[in-house]
Design a binder for this molecule. Sequence first.
Ligand code: F0G
Length: 389
Amino acid sequence: MIIDDGELRCINCGSRFEPDPYLFNCKKCNGLLEYNKDLHINWSEIASRTTRVWKYRELLPRIENPISLDEGGTPMIRSNIFKNAFIKFEGANPTGSFKDRGMTVAISVAKESGAKSVIVASTGNTASSAAAYAARAGLNCYIFLPMNSVAKGKLAQVALHGAKIFEIEGNFDDALKIVMELTKEKKLYPLNSFNPWRLEGQKTISFEIFDQLGIPDWVIVPVGNAGNISAIWKGFKELKQLGLTDKLPKMIGVQAEGSAPIANAWLSNQSSPKFIDSPITVATAIRIGKPVNWPKAWNTVKESKGTFLTVSDEEILEAQKLLARIDGIGSEPAGAASMAGLRKLIDQGLIKNDEKVVLIVTGHALKDPESAMQDFNITKIRKDEKIIL
Ligand code: F0G
């Protein structure tokens, strides 16, 4: 068992529970759980440590020997497109997405609690990350993917790391339902973002933003299953609780138009999302119709006085191209949704040019080579043919 000094708290009814690694929903009301512990850290003392997830170990679940690939410590790059926009390039993580930050914690918890096998439903990136970290931990890894929807680079990673792959008839939400069924017996450890331990690792994005830039006015995050935006917000709130800042950023969640249950509800003043049975978008990573963590994301945007918005596939692909061709940053479509969102919000006048914005670019271009190769020409040159540049 994990020797941990934290607790799990229901975000719905506030009930508190021992830090049981297999508890994912409130025993009283079935609400989502959040991991919490007493926060103590001396920020100037840790300044000499290399920036990566475990730099902030005092604020994370207590793990004796983390299974780590030195994740985190990703670049913060000033954009050429908007001078006050900074790109937190999560594609620079070991398996090419922010998922590695959570995976180092979740896989370590799985290992320390004695699990032999892990299981996850995924649109691709969680699968790549789980497969790599499970390999490193010596755990069996079972991956459940939506049929014909996962980008090639992600599939290649899962295959290379030797996970057992199931492609199920249906979409991500159907795959997640299967995973939830299969984990009821507590023989397989689930790595999806209903796992509050995993989200703890992801909150280190905020700690790094604070270290690299201070607290921005806005943070823009692509939203799928809605875990990451809430993890990032939790990180910022903890910096405030620690007395390190008074200021908090406003959080913006971007969803793709055809997969936007949360943003649609927010924008039409509903009190909860109407789930979508057949989500669709070119940004396959965020092609999700029933986001499990929507209540956490909803609270995030409400508390921070931010907003949700939708962007079209055309806007996503245009932003992906701009990031690549003006900023030199290669993003998969879902990652570029944050830039698409910023362009829209500047046009709408919600974000002013002089405000500091951090865009979370969540995944690397090589994850989805087909989307990266939509707009290019190759000039074939025969032997002895004159080359015209
Ligand atoms: N961006 C990328 C590149 C992702 O892979 C995901 C989620 C998100 C954004 C959204 O994050 O779900 O926390 O709101 N991908 C998951 C997966 C669903 O299975 O890889 P979220």
